[in-house]
Every structure is written in structure tokens, then in C-alpha cells.
Design a protein around this ligand. Structure first.
Ligand SMILES: Nc1ncnc2c1ncn2[C@@H]1O[C@H](COP(=O)(O)OP(=O)(O)OP(=O)(O)O)[C@@H](O)[C@H]1O
Ligand SMILES: [Mg+2]
Length: 137
């Protein structure tokens, strides 16, 4: 199914239910190109839940409704799918793993694509350089 090709991202009638609560109830949202949008709402309004759906944390099939990017439906099965589509998130609840290296923490969502530690470190270095982080990867 094709949706509006002018919109960069469209959220259509997204409903997400947890056992005790309807976190999102038929949410519609369209985001155009070159736009900045602030998502504002009271505690428990469902902001993080919506971002987790966009981020592939709650995969397709665990919510109702549909997501479209560039008019094409996205059915993310994982965070990796969402990243591949060009979506990136800094989550409210940071989940860093203190027992992993900086590079491993950065590379974690796409860890399966690497076959050596050198590749992991090189991948992480790009992002560390962007923020001028000079620690050992
Ligand atoms: N994993 C979960 N299991 C059960 N209920 C959940 C879960 N995650 C969120 N909820 C519930 O879904 C609703 C929406 O929560 P969500 O965290 O998306 O809100 P929020 O807008 O991000 O709130 P805040 O401003 O506090 O970050 C709340 O009622 C919350 O208790
Ligand atoms: Mg939140």
C-alpha cells in the first residue's frame, strides 16, 4: 500500500496495548521533510511507546496501525531494521552496559554485522570522532 509520498514519515492509526493499559489509541502523525517536531505530553501519555514503535523495539505485529517512510510501509522487526531505514533514537531510559567497552555499547544494535573487534572499533570510532570523544574505544 502506498501512502502520501510528500511525507517523510507517517504514523497511521497506531494503537499499542499493554496488559493493563492502552498506551496509544489510534495515533495519527505526519512529519514532513526538513521539519523539527516536538512531541509533548504528560507523563504516561505514550511518547516513549510511540518512539519505541518507530525504533523497532516493539516490532511490527505487536501494535495495530501502520508506519510509512517516503510513502512506503515499514514493518520493522528489530531496532536494526529501523536504523537501516535511517531512524535514530536517543532513548529516555539509557541502557548502557557497563561491562562492555565504549565501542561495544555504540555498536550493539548492529553487532551481528561485524566479524572482528577491529571492525567494531572502527565503526564506533566514526561516532566517537563526531563528538570528539578521545577515550579508548
Ligand atoms: N512495558 C510496559 N508495560 C506495561 N505498561 C507500559 C509499558 N511501557 C509503558 N507502559 C504504560 O503505557 C503508558 C505510556 O507510557 P510511556 O512510557 O510511553 O509514556 P511517556 O509519554 O513516555 O511518559 P513520560 O513522560 O513519563 O516519559 C503508561 O501508562 C505506562 O505506564
Ligand atoms: Mg517517556
Amino acid at each position: 500500500m502506498q501512502e502520501s509520498a510528500n511525507a517523510l514519515l507517517q504514523i497511521k492509526q497506531v494503537t499499542k496495548t499493554f496488559p493493563s493499559v492502552v498506551a496509544l489509541d489510534r495515533v495519527d502523525l505526519t512529519i514532513g521533510r526538513d521539519s523539527i517536531l516536538g512531541l509533548v505530553g504528560e507523563n504516561g501519555a505514550g511518547k516513549s511507546t510511540l518512539m519505541k514503535i518507530l525504533g523497532g523495539i516493539y516490532p511490527h505485529g505487536t501494535y495495530e496501525g501502520a508506519l510509512y517512510m517516503d510513502g512506503r510501509e515499514c514493518r520493522f522487526q528489530s531496532a536494526q531494521d529501523s536504523i537501516k531505514a535511517g531512524l535514530a533514537f536517543i532513548h529516555q531510559e539509557l541502557s548502557l552496559f557497563p561491562e562492555l567497552s565504549i565501542a561495544e555499547n555504540i555498536a550493539l544494535p548492529v553487532m551481528g554485522t561485524f566479524t572482528s573487534r577491529a571492525q567494531i572499533n572502527a565503526f564506533a570510532k566514526k561516532y566517537m570522532d563526531m563528538v570528539k570523544l578521545n577515550e579508548k574505544a
